[in-house]
Design a protein around this ligand. Structure first.
Ligand code: SAM
Length: 302
């Protein structure tokens, strides 16, 4: 049995010598990657031990506002170099930061308060790292759904927590009646033995949307598995705890633009427009002239 004594105040936990020797490390700060570190939203005491250790050992800390974070850093003796990382310069900075991580630097990202990416800078950087196959993780969240959203790189500007899908088909369908049309990223809790079944069910209700399974967050085998519903890769390890993240319903205008002109036109006519109105609407959606739409339709009819 592990006996843990806390040192009091906000300091790190103190373990008795016997347990310390056998315990796995609490910090994995030796791996070169981006650490997305959750900081307190108010009380400076609400920070995790691993978050403090990660910030202390970073080669660089990216801050939304370095002056704001200085208060937290002073409180915990964090002296790592800092640099401003703001929403407005995210795209410009993302590649340079990815280069640093690729070259073996240990970079941490904090926002002024709480979880980076959630209504704060970070999403562009996460997406860039994913595109470049570089490692990143989240340190210190207390909610699996929020951590999964951050790790997924999916749109975090609007999201909806659905939780576990009910077992009964009718209950699942009723639940999804509420969420299927939402244009927000959807977050599901999934027992590992139900992952394939849940992905198949969601495909039947949502179509072939982009999805990912975020497994074992903050543990040794943390993993993000990307796929398109319902095709979870055959070699995916479906063990441990996992969150299923599914992209929101497509913007109807974008969905129409994915069709060819004839199908786009047919959708409007099927919806009750006259052919003249439909042609005008198609021209407006696609940013072309009515005569171009007419020529395209005529061409496809002949
Ligand atoms: N209260 C918890 C929270 O704030 O996330 C969730 C409790 S819920 C009963 C348990 C579910 O959360 C798991 O089945 C899994 O879907 C998700 N979960 C919990 N820990 C996780 C982890 N480390 N990685 C991925 N998902 C996790």
């Amino acid at each position: 049995m592990w006996i843990t004594f806390f040192s009091g105040g906000f300091g790190p936990p103190f373990f008795c010598a016997k347990s310390l020797a056998a315990r796995p490390p609490l910090c994995y700060t030796n791996r070169k990657m981006l650490y997305i570190v959750v900081t307190p939203i108010g009380n400076l005491g609400d920070i995790t031990y691993r978050a403090v250790e990660t910030l202390k050992s970073a080669d660089l800390i990216l801050c939304e506002d370095t002056r704001h974070s200085a208060v937290l850093f002073a409180r915990y003796g964090i002296t790592a170099p800092v640099r401003a990382y703001e929403k407005f310069s995210e795209s410009r900075q993302a590649d340079a930061i990815a280069d640093m991580i690729e070259s073996g630097k240990n970079v941490a990202l904090v926002s002024d308060a709480g979880t980076p990416v959630i209504s704060d800078p970070g999403s562009v950087l996460v997406r860039r790292l994913r595109e470049r196959g570089l490692e990143y993780t989240v340190v210190g969240s207390g909610c699996a759904a929020v951590s999964a959203l951050v790790l997924s790189g999916f749109d975090a500007s609007s999201f909806c927590f659905v939780g576990f899908l009910p077992d009964k088909e009718g209950d699942r369908n009723r639940l999804m009646d509420r969420f299927a049309g939402l244009r927000s990223t959807l977050l599901f809790y999934v027992p590992p033995h139900d992952a394939v079944r849940d992905a198949a069910f969601l495909f039947s209700r949502l179509g072939a949307r982009k999805a990912c399974l975020v497994r074992e967050i903050s543990k040794l085998h943390e993993d993000v598995i990307d796929f398109t519903l319902p095709d979870i890769p055959a070699d995916a390890v479906l063990k441990g705890e996992m969150v299923l993240v599914v992209e929101g319903a497509p913007d109807p205008a974008e969905a129409l633009l994915a069709l060819d002109v004839k199908e786009h036109f047919a959708r409007y006519v099927a919806g009750g427009m006259t052919e003249k109105e439909a042609m005008k609407a198609v021209a407006r959606d696609r940013g072309v002239s009515k005569s171009a739409v007419y020529a395209e339709l005529k061409g496809s009819r002949s």
